[in-house]
Design a binder for this molecule. Structure first.
Ligand code: IPE
Ligand code: IPE
Ligand code: MG
Length: 238
């Protein structure tokens, strides 16, 4: 029987290694972040061309606020500028943009850009593009728990009604297909508070490639590796 190779529907990427990429070249770290935008665009169009349902990119973690003020400000400005420059292109390509994370900590200008972009692309069905910004996996689970607690306070929910199926409706990306594959660039083998609940059964792919060097052929390698994995979900599969 012909073996059908499976392809992921939802890929999530930890885009790591911008700083080291720049330092290696004797440049400031921010130069790496700027270059990283090009890789992000390549990855988005790769996902679109391969008909993924969703692509989720980790752009800024809750812990990244602990970096120098200059680096954080640069990243925020880059975020505003990139959104403003690219949103029409994304819209034209039928891509639906959603920012996951606690955006209330961002400056109003950035919050407005995010809200405007999400609204504009809301009905698009080409690819669900999620940007994780001021995101933390623990924050995600906690904000879900808080929503449930509020319902209990109001009396519209009983604690014994809470189960995994209903809990997952309160965390980010609950309407999208499950994350099949997580890719991390930059040679570190950790999750760094990215998706936690959502990656319970995801396949993981790590590469030493620094994010600005990430390209279609490395993306292809990750997809190839994924297609060879035997996903068992706890069952015995020969
Ligand atoms: C990832 O690259 C981008 C962000 C976290 C914003 P880094 O900035 O972490 O780059 P390295 O890991 O220091 O090389
Ligand atoms: C993870 O990278 C966050 C993003 C890629 C946005 P970090 O560089 O912040 O992770 P650590 O500090 O190496 O764990
Ligand atoms: Mg890093």
């Amino acid at each position: 029987m012909k073996h059908l190779l499976s392809t992921p529907k939802h890929v999530a990427i930890i885009m790591d290694g911008n700083g080291r990429w720049a330092t290696k070249k004797g440049k400031l770290r921010i130069f790496g972040h700027k270059e990283g935008i090009k890789s992000a665009k390549r990855a988005i169009y790769f996902a679109k061309n391969h008909n993924f349902d969703a692509l989720t990119l980790y752009a800024f973690s809750k812990e990244n606020w602990n970096r120098s003020k200059t680096e954080v400000s640069f990243l925020m400005e880059l975020f505003v500028k990139t959104l403003d420059d690219e949103i029409d292109n994304l819209h034209k390509r039928n891509i639906r943009l959603k920012v996951i994370g606690d955006i209330s900590r961002f400056k109003i200008k950035l919050q407005n850009s995010i809200n405007k972009s999400e609204k504009l692309t809301y009905n698009n069905q080409g690819l669900n593009l999620n940007i994780a910004a001021n995101y933390s996996g623990r924050w995600d689970i906690t904000q879900g728990a808080r929503k449930l607690a509020k319902k209990i306070e109001k009396g519209s929910l009983k604690s014994n009604q809470i189960n995994e199926n209903m809990f997952c409706k309160y965390i980010c990306m609950n309407k999208l297909s499950p994350v099949d594959l997580v890719i991390r660039t930059g040679g570190e083998y950790r999750i760094s508070n990215f998706l936690l609940w959502q990656i319970a059964y995801s396949e993981l792919f790590f590469t030493d490639t620094l994010w600005p060097d990430f390209n279609d052929s490395i993306f292809e390698n990750a997809i190839q590796a994924f297609s060879k994995r035997k996903r068992k979900f706890g069952k015995i599969i020969s």
